[in-house]
Design a protein around this ligand. Structure first.
Ligand code: DX5
Ligand code: ZN
Length: 216
């Protein structure tokens, strides 16, 4: 499967967002990962739908919106209107995942479900055939620059098996602590979309960093 790299703008300079987005676009990024944090679901606040709407005007990259917020259903429409191409909600944030997935897909947007490191894959059993992507958190969400949690590798492998056993086409995205050391390990485990914040924006040569993460 083709490996896609999704730089996270959480590590960009928010005062120069358009420039920093164009930098990764020119350097071969496949998607743009947008981390939305509300200070409730995670202990940090980042950006909301108005910023997504503004970003959408300055890039052709598909917007991969990761909602780390409580009550995601209440805000789906605003992110759909803002131009999100993929919307990922956390399984822990709502007990009506099926409804949220339908709401996202009926707007023609790709739907993802994210799991915190402590959340079991079993919550995916009933919804796996309905979704386009699973986002495995390999750090506890809330901050960039944290270290990769090694047990995520086994979780990715088990998820990959679940998807293959059912003959489904579901992307596996991994987020948190991805760098040139951990990237080959998550790819080997079965991930095909890699989010990277600090490993991309902290690199002296962004094109090279993206190539290294992709393994090509
Ligand atoms: C963490 C966010 C991540 C974060 C990744 O809560 O969901 O997307 O920006 O940052 P790095 O790649 O620095 O771990
Ligand atoms: Zn994220």
């Amino acid at each position: 499967m083709m490996i896609q790299i999704a730089p996270s703008i959480l590590a960009a300079d928010f005062a120069n967002l358009a420039t920093d987005i164009q930098k990764v676009e020119k350097s071969g990024a496949d998607l743009l990962h947008v981390d939305v944090m509300d200070g409730h679901f995670v202990p940090n606040i980042s950006i909301g739908a108005p910023v997504v709407a503004a970003i959408q005007k300055v890039t052709k990259l598909p917007l991969d919106v990761h909602l780390m917020i409580a009550n995601p259903g209440k805000f789906l429409d605003s992110f759909i209107q803002a131009g999100a191409n993929i919307i990922t909600v956390h399984a822990e944030a709502d007990c009506h995942l099926h409804r949220l997935i339908q709401q996202i897909k009926s707007a023609g947007v790709r739907a993802g479900i994210s799991l915190n490191p402590s959340t079991s894959l079993t919550v995916l059993e009933e919804v796996l055939p309905d979704i386009d992507m699973v986002l495995i958190m390999s750090v506890n969400p809330g901050f960039g620059g944290q270290s990769f949690i090694a047990s995520s590798l086994n979780k990715i492998t088990r998820l990959k098996n679940m998807i293959e056993e059912r003959h489904l086409q579901v992307d596996i995205e991994v987020d948190g602590g991805i760098n040139s050391q951990t990237a080959p390990q998550v790819i080997k485990a079965g991930a095909n979309i890699l989010v990277a914040g600090s490993a991309v924006y902290g690199a002296p040569d962004i094109s090279r960093a993206i190539r290294e993460l992709r393994g090509s």
